[in-house]
Design a protein around this ligand. Structure first.
Ligand code: B12
Ligand code: SF4
Ligand code: SF4
Length: 374
């Protein structure tokens, strides 16, 4: 089987498996990507994500990743929340987990189903296939644009007229030519809502993002202390950031995600910061089992939660912060000092600083965190 009948067969199976959008791009559809990716790397907009530099050649060109590829099938699932998440930012005593991480990790769900579609394609099309979701060196958004699934908005996110900004992407690379879709036109017009709302001005220009200024980079990808300039803007975002997605006017056409595994779990919807600070490693692992938050690890999770505690301006959190001054990880201890300095009156802060031996032994780290020169 080949051509249009093969395409119709795999599209039908994909939709049956819960994919909301399906499109095909020719593997050579984006000769512009090497130059664009190099431009991003030369400007250091990839921040500490060195893997983007290391894999740049095969990332920007499907044929460099796999010389046998002829077509790229892009599939997407909606994770639309069915409500506006922006008001959640005002709940300063709560931890705000971005919409995509409030339930199951999408990687395993999407990958399993992509493999099923790919298996059918391989057997009926008598071809070779490879499947990718997120972590492979593939530029998923521009390929999705070429496959007619949507367009990259000014926030760089793949946006759809039907599903707004709330789509997870996955791809099947395949070794035979399949009838491609037309590239999707851009529908941002004169709108600049996503650029205007960004709390850290992370867009150097429309359609370009400087990850060195993006909160989703700091609270998700970054290791080490959160740089001081980004602590206040982090607000209550303990994981990810949705502002530049949530504000997009195209979301008004999005229906709540069909996949119940992407619907927010109650415990992951604005949990109290006090509960999160009290979690030990075992409790952290069981609460976030299966969620992308678990990939952070307990120490980085505490780091983020302490920064949000500092931003809560609620001294009632101090009893939950103080035990973390003795945490074995210096980044957690430093974040606890930052929270303490923000929440405690100066005399309490001074008293604790003198009492805690760890504060002395980590003097350099701690003073830097507390806002003084070591
Ligand atoms: C690295 C990464 C990040 C980084 C960098 C984000 C970024 N915009 O690149 C960080 C950690 C910040 C991040 C955050 C998020 N991410 Co992310 N991330 C990725 C990842 C792994 C790679 C993306 C990539 O290649 N970036 C490199 C840049 C160079 O790619 P690009 O944005 O397409 O580059 C374009 C522009 O630079 C532009 N450009 C460059 N030069 C020029 C010049 C001119 C003249 C013009 C016009 C344009 C232009 O053109 C390039 C090509 O189109 C992908 C998965 C994947 N393998 O693709 C997920 C992915 C992009 N992330 C995803 C998600 C869900 C998010 C978050 C929403 C999570 C959250 N809520 O916190 C945020 C969104 C933040 C945002 N505004 O982008 C989804 C997005 C789905 C979608 N609908 O688009 C993806 C596709 C994962 C998936 N499989 O679903 N992410
Ligand atoms: S995810 Fe948040 S911080 Fe990052 S670009 Fe969008 S609005 Fe700005
Ligand atoms: S908010 Fe406006 S500019 Fe940004 S992606 Fe949506 S339509 Fe485009």
């Amino acid at each position: 089987m080949a051509g249009a009948p093969l395409r119709a067969l795999i599209e039908k199976r994909a939709r049956h498996l819960g994919f909301d959008v399906f499109g095909i791009a020719d593997a050579s559809a984006r000769p512009d990507l090497p130059e664009k990716l190099n431009g991003v790397l030369e400007n250091n907009w990839h921040a500490g994500m060195d893997w983007m530099f290391e894999t740049r050649k095969r990332r920007a060109s499907p044929a460099d990743l796999w010389p046998g590829v002829r077509s790229v099938i892009v599939l997407a699932m909606s994770y639309a929340p069915g409500h506006d998440p922006l008001p959640d930012l005002a709940r300063r005593d709560r931890g705000n987990i971005s919409v995509y991480a409030r339930n199951r990790d999408y990687h395993s769900l999407i990958k399993g189903r992509l493999k099923e579609v790919a298996g059918l394609l391989a057997s009926r099309g008598n071809c070779q296939v490879k499947v990718f979701v997120d972590t492979a060196p593939v530029m998923e958004k521009p390929l999705a644009e070429s496959a007619g699934i949507g367009w990259q908005g000014k926030n760089t996110v793949l946006t759809s007229r039907r599903h707004g900004a709330w789509l997870f992407l996955g791809e099947i690379y395949c070794s035979i030519p399949l009838p491609p879709d037309a590239e999707h036109a851009r529908h941002c017009g004169s709108c600049t809502a996503c650029l205007d709302i960004c709390p850290t001005s992370a867009f150097p220009a429309p359609y370009r993002l400087d990850a060195r200024k993006c909160l989703a980079y700091y609270n998700n990808e970054h290791h080490g202390p959160i740089p001081r300039a980004f602590r206040r803007p982090m607000g209550n975002r303990i994981f990810g950031c949705d502002d530049c997605l949530a504000v997009c006017p195209w979301n008004k056409f999005a229906r709540k995600a069909r996949q119940s595994r992407f619907h927010a779990r109650d415990e992951l919807t604005l949990p109290p910061l006090s509960h999160l600070l009290d979690m030990d490693d075992a409790r952290f692992r069981s609460t976030f089992s299966g969620s992308p938050v678990r990939r952070l690890g307990h120490a980085r999770f505490l780091r983020n939660t302490l920064i949000c505690a500092a931003n809560s301006d609620d001294p009632g959190l101090l009893p939950h912060v103080i035990p973390l001054l003795d945490h074995p990880d210096p980044v957690v201890r430093g974040s606890a000092v930052w929270a303490l300095a923000s929440l405690a009156p100066p005399e309490t802060f001074e008293h604790l600083r003198q009492r805690h031996k760890l504060l002395e032994s980590d003097r350099g780290v701690i003073l830097e965190w507390a806002g003084e020169s070591p």
